[in-house]
Design a protein around this ligand. Sequence first.
Ligand code: ATP
Length: 219
Amino acid sequence: MSEPLTFQALFGGTFDPVHFGHLRPVEMLATQLGLQQITLLPNNVPPHRPQPEASSEQRVKMLSLAIADRPLFNVDCREMARQTPSYTIETLAEVRAERGEHQPLGFIIGQDSLLTLHKWHRWQELLNYCHLLVCKRPGYATKMETPALQQWLEDHQTQDIDRLHQQPAGSVFLADTALLPISATEIRQRFHAGLSCDDLLPASVISWINQQGLYQRRG
Ligand code: ATP
């Protein structure tokens, strides 16, 4: 008898720090799609790129505090363990090999990442390994940059949730998620300016940031 299909989704990011703009849209997406488990994948930023302000360990600690009371999420640190750039395609190939060819796999991105997807390493192969699940993000265009990219999107887009559960990969789903105008950049700037971040990220993460002196007040 064949193994039952379970739709797992991965959500990659720098999470410097994790915030409600990451957590809440993805929780809504999970409800819409009936996803039981979302795996957060903190990335490794290679030495030649602008470095996150928090260390890898600090980014993982903030993720674990944020998800402590959110059983939907777990964290997978495989990209951090690699010490090479985090190429999503390589992670997806690895996870696909682990899960077998039939299990549905999703990779979650925000609208801003969809717009720059064509700059990702081997981007056209992504849909061989996963479905792309896109959350809305305020302030970003809803159309792709060129007619060819828009056509690519229309060719792969589906709103058929059963299809996402039955097919292992190959579709793009534009989720109907809340628009949350929150970014990690703005949060770091607010901490540097000594401003409150109360509604932007979980209280447990804010307390830990303050306790560690992370994103300290500048000037
Ligand atoms: P930064 O401001 O440092 O660039 P960020 O807030 O965009 O960070 P990342 O960790 O880079 O956060 O983002 C990881 C993923 O989360 C990306 O796919 C991004 O599109 C998505 N994302 C981040 N913030 C939001 C938001 N407010 N709404 C929807 N998606 C978001």
